[in-house]
Structure formats: C-alpha cells, structure tokens
Ligand binder design. Structure first.
Ligand SMILES: [Mn+2]
Length: 267
C-alpha cells in the first residue's frame, strides 16, 4: 500500500490522470491525498471533482480556490472556469463532498515512523502542529454547521496576524488565511498576502523558514501546495512544496510518502 500526496491540479484533468498512471496508482489499495486547489484556472474542474468523489481512497485538504468554488455555489453564481461546476446536475452532491474536506491532515507512516502534516498553504511557526489541527477542526465544524455564514464572511485580508484573543469571524478568517493563502510572513507571523512571487520583500520571509526548531523535529514533514512560483523548492527537506505550476502549464507532482520520492508529469 502506497500513499501519495498530489499538488495543485487546478482543473487539469488530463495531467491528473497521466500522473495517476505514472505513479501506478492502484485503486482499492493505495491512498491519494490532494493538497487542495482541485479547481479553477484549468479547463476541467468538474471532471476532476467527479473523479475524486467517485473514489473513496482519494481525499483532499481545502485550498483557497476550493473555498472560492464553495462560495460561488452557495450564492449560485456561475463564473469563469467554475461555471460548469456551479451549473452541474450534481452540484449539490459536489458541494456536500467538498465542504467536508478538512483544512489539515496528519498522516503517520508506520514503515518509516514519519509524520506528515498536510495543508494547502502551510502552518505558521507560532502554532504547533497540534494547535494548527485544533484550529483547523474548529473552522471545519463551523463550515459544516453554518456554511452560509462562513462562506460569506471568510473573505478579506484582515486581521493580518494571529492572536489567541481573536473571536468570531476575525478568528476564523485569519485561521483560513494561514492554512490556505499564506506565503510570506513577517514579525509575529504577520501575513503578506499580496506577494505571490518567490522573493520576499524587506521584513518578510517564507513561512517555512522557521526560526526555532521547536516544531521541526526529525521525522516531521510539512507538505503543502499553493505556492507555484517556488516550483516546489524550499531548500529544506522537512518542508515539501508540491505546487509545480500545473495551472501555468508546467508540471503536476506527486510525493510518495514511504520513500519521499517526487514524481511529476509535464503539462
Ligand atoms: Mn492556492
């Protein structure tokens, strides 16, 4: 049994199927975890969703584009490359499946004793993985209990940093922004949500440049997508980026968890 984590697909159904073939994915035996952003930008978001929903061994964490799709579906707005999904016959089923995906997954590999923390964007160093999981679950349960409110009020860049005192939608919004939109952070993990390049502006650094090793023990790996301009390069073996720019007609990449091997297909 192999577990694979796959980067941002963004509606590139053909490349997704090519990659499943290349990794020799065995349905009913192997497991697939997607780092989110299954949809948008590419041509076949609906096909990607239908394929994943039909296979119980495939799951995903939620990305910012998946949340945006849920928002469009919630208000019934058919837009751009997501139009077909919003107007699909089975859109209700898609909504129900997608909204149940977690914001974070923790996978323990018995063979290697490795633990993998999987999120769309990453985990800020101010949170231990345990705390990040607790906050992710807090948002997920609200998203499922009251999707209408959450999907309307989650948008925006403020507050731009975490505080344990935050309550209500300011709290949920910043949790969602850390887990699904983060790239660069400054002092106290203040978010810079505007810079999508690979080069930091003064006072900021990539979120995975943890200053202390408090959360980065051996055998703990942080696996994420979202940051296409990195092309998967973090220069730190414990932080594994998997967005290799499929949305920009570059590559789609899988990580095999038992030997940490990356396998890619070209667009
Ligand atoms: Mn993203």
């Amino acid at each position: 049994m192999n577990t694979f984590v796959i980067g941002d697909i963004h509606g590139s159904f053909k490349q997704f199927i090519d990659l499943l073939k290349k990794i020799n994915y065995k349905q009913h035996e192997d497991k697939i975890i997607l780092v989110g952003d299954l949809v948008n930008r590419g041509p076949e978001s609906l096909a990607v969703l239908n394929y994943c929903m039909a296979d119980p061994n495939i799951t995903s964490v939620l990305g910012n584009h998946d949340l945006y799709l849920l928002h469009l579906m919630n208000i019934g707005k058919a837009e751009g490359s997501l139009k077909k999904v919003v107007e699909a016959e089975n859109s209700e089923e898609i909504f129900k499946w997608l909204i149940k995906r977690p914001l974070m997954l923790e996978i323990f590999d018995q063979e290697t004793d490795n633990t993998f923390f999987i999120t769309h964007a990453g985990i800020p160093e101010i949170w231990s993985p345990k705390k990040a999981m607790k906050l992710a679950l807090e948002v997920s349960s609200l998203l499922q209990d009251n999707p209408d409110d959450m999907l309307k009020k989650m948008w925006g860049n403020h507050p731009d940093k975490w505080s344990d005192e935050l309550i209500g939608y300011d709290r949920y919004r910043v949790i969602i922004n850390y887990l699904t939109r983060m790239r660069f952070v400054g002092d106290d993990c203040v978010l810079d949500l505007k810079n999508t390049s690979k080069d930091a502006t003064i006072g900021f650094k990539p979120w995975f440049h943890y200053e202390s090793n408090a959360h980065t023990k051996k055998n703990q790996y942080f696996v994420f997508g979202h940051w296409a301009s990195l092309s998967g390069k973090t220069n730190d073996p414990y932080f594994i980026g998997l967005d290799t720019g499929c949305a920009w007609k570059e590559k789609l990449t899988a990580l095999r968890l038992n030997d940490l091997k990356k396998i890619s297909v070209n667009y």
